[in-house]
Design a protein around this ligand. Structure first.
Ligand code: AP5
Length: 223
């Protein structure tokens, strides 16, 4: 019987590096499950759940939501059948060493080790340009960029027609804070995963298609 190639990966990098954009493209082409903790948390906020109520203000500021809350939703998502059978890309998780250790424990208990951690490297100027130009659909969560990936109609979502908005945490003060939080808490994961021989750095400069080609090229033989 033909062996099905799954992959279990993490897309790591600063806010605005293009993790979400690339995870979507990569997962569609490799039939993997895209698990974005940002999207999972925004759904909780939108649905006004108790977890969403705790996370909302923290996310608007651009700080990290407490590890225990993020672990709860991530663990639940990873234990679903599709993640087990198809494989997955985690986008936005883990964000610090404590979360990385939680993830190790979770995956070990499921006997599903990580295959790769892709690290997206890009200049600070590009991060700010990408974040401040992002527009999102409040209804179906589609992502756009005013120059790089604009909607067909200037202000409306291509998929559902809703009026696009700017994410609250894409405003200048929150962007500054998110970049600082990344430097203080998340960047240390580069060493964490280098030591475990899982890190694959990717030059994330250039347009979306160029970066996607680099990702496919680097991951074509993994696992
Ligand atoms: P989250 O939604 O994960 O935000 P983030 O990590 O800050 O990541 P972004 O979505 O901003 O950036 P990205 O790298 O995915 O870039 P994207 O592809 O979208 O998290 C939001 C919040 O939730 C956090 O601040 C925190 O509060 C909380 N949270 C989430 N996970 C957590 C965790 N594990 N622990 C605790 N708290 C957590 O691209 C950005 C823009 O650039 C788009 O407009 C896109 O079109 C454009 N773009 C992409 N690639 C290119 C390119 N190559 N050239 C030009 N433009 C590009």
């Amino acid at each position: 019987m033909k062996k099905i190639r799954t992959l279990r990966g993490v897309f790591l990098g600063p806010p605005g590096a293009g993790k979400g954009t690339q995870a979507k493209v990569f997962c569609e082409r490799r039939n993997l499950v895209h698990v974005s903790t940002g999207d999972l948390l925004r759904r909780e906020v939108k649905n006004e759940t108790p977890l969403g109520a705790k996370a909302s203000e923290i996310m608007t500021r651009g700080d990290l939501v407490p590890d225990s809350l993020v672990l709860e939703i991530t663990k639940k998502r990873l234990s679903a059948e599709d993640c087990r059978t198809r494989g997955f890309v985690l986008d936005g998780y883990p964000r610090n060493c404590a979360q990385a250790m939680d993830l190790d424990t979770t995956l070990k208990s499921m006997a599903l080790p990580l295959d790769v951690v892709v690290y997206f490297e890009v200049s600070r100027a590009s991060l700010i340009e990408r974040l401040s130009g992002r527009r999102v659909c409040p209804k179906c969560a589609a992502n756009y960029h005013v120059r790089e990936a604009p909607p067909k109609d200037d202000r409306r979502c291509d998929h559902c027609g809703a009026e696009l908005v700017q994410r609250e945490d894409d405003r200048p003060q929150a962007i500054e804070n998110r970049l600082m939080v990344y430097k203080d808490q998340t960047r240390e994961l580069v060493d964490y995963y280098t030591e475990r021989n899982l890190l694959v750095p990717i030059d994330a400069s250039g347009n979306i298609d160029e970066v996607a080609r680099r990702v496919f090229e680097k991951l074509k033989d993994i696992p």
